[in-house]
Write a protein that binds this ligand. Structure first.
Ligand SMILES: Nc1ncnc2c1ncn2[C@@H]1O[C@H](COP(=O)(O)OP(=O)(O)OP(=O)(O)O)[C@@H](O)[C@H]1O
Length: 214
C-alpha cells in the first residue's frame, strides 16, 4: 500500500526502505520520540518529507491531492478533538469531513458498539471520561470507512479488558473488509496479538541511530 524509499524528515526520520502491505495490520513500535507519529503524518500528508519518495498505491504521495488522500487514509490522532455537542454530532462530523452522506442511527450505534461505548446518541460530550472520549473519536474514524486507518495509540486510556474488547472488534472489522491498518501502540501484547507485521522504529530509523551513536 505504501512504499517508503530514502525518506528524510528534518533530523527526525531517515528511512532507507520500508514497505507497508495492503489489507494488513502493521504496527509501529519503538520508544517515545522514535518518530512513529511523524511517520504516520507523512502517510496522509499532514506533513511533507524533505527528501526521498513515498508511494501510495504506486503513485508518488506528493502528487496526490491531500484532501482526497485524507478521505482514503484517515488518521486517529493521539489527542483527538471532541467537540461541544452530543455524541451524534461528534460521530457525524467525521463523515461530513470525508464527503460521505450521513449515517443512520443504526450505523452510529454499530460503531459505538464496536468501541464498547454504551451511550445515547443524544448525550452531551462534556461529561465523558477520557477513555470514553478516546473511544468516541475511534468510532468517528471507523465510520469514515476509509481504505487505510492510521491509528495512533487508540486504546492508551483504556483498561486491559476494554482494550481487548475494542481491538478484537475493530480488527475483526478490518479483516472482514480488507482494510489496511497502521497502528502505534506502546503495548507489546497489543502489537503481538493484532499485527501481521511489526516495524521496530529504533532499528529502521537511521536518523535516530546517528543521534544516539554520536
Ligand atoms: N513538526 C515537528 N518539528 C520538529 N520536531 C518535531 C516535529 N514533530 C515531531 N518532532 C519531534 O520529533 C521526534 C519524534 O516525534 P514523534 O511524535 O514522531 O515520536 P513518537 O515515536 O510518536 O513518540 P511517542 O511514543 O512519545 O508518541 C520528537 O523528538 C518530537 O519532539
Amino acid at each position: 500500500m505504501f512504499k517508503i524509499r530514502n525518506v528524510v524528515f528534518q533530523d527526525i526520520l531517515n528511512l532507507p526502505s520500508v514497505d507497508i502491505q495492503a489489507s494488513q495490520v502493521t504496527t509501529l513500535f519503538g520508544e517515545s520520540g522514535s518518530g512513529k507519529t511523524t511517520l504516520m503524518k507523512l502517510l496522509n500528508q499532514l506533513i511533507s518529507y524533505d527528501k526521498g519518495e513515498i508511494f501510495y498505491q504506486d503513485t508518488l504521495i506528493s502528487e496526490k491531492n491531500p484532501i482526497e488522500l485524507r478521505r482514503e487514509v484517515v488518521m486517529l490522532s493521539q489527542t483527538p478533538a471532541i467537540f461541544d455537542g452530543n455524541i451524534r454530532d461528534n460521530l457525524l462530523i467525521g463523515l461530513r469531513f470525508s464527503g460521505k452522506s450521513d449515517a443512520s442511527d443504526s450505523e452510529l450505534h454499530k460503531a459505538l458498539e464496536m468501541v464498547q461505548l454504551k451511550k445515547d446518541l443524544e448525550e452531551e460530550t462534556d461529561t465523558l471520561s477520557g477513555g470514553e472520549k478516546q473511544r468516541l473519536a475511534f468510532a468517528r474514524v471507523i465510520l469514515m470507512d476509509a481504505k487505510v486507518f492510521l491509528i495512533d495509540e487508540p486504546t492508551s486510556a483504556l483498561d486491559e479488558n476494554t482494550e481487548t474488547a475494542v481491538m478484537d472488534r475493530f480488527i475483526q472489522y478490518v479483516r472482514d473488509h480488507h482494510k489496511t491498518v497502521v497502528m502505534v501502540t506502546h503495548s507489546k501484547a497489543v502489537a503481538e496479538r493484532y499485527s501481521d507485521s511489526i516495524i521496530y522504529m529504533n532499528e529502521i530509523n537511521k536518523a535516530k541511530e546517528v543521534q544516539t551513536s554520536g
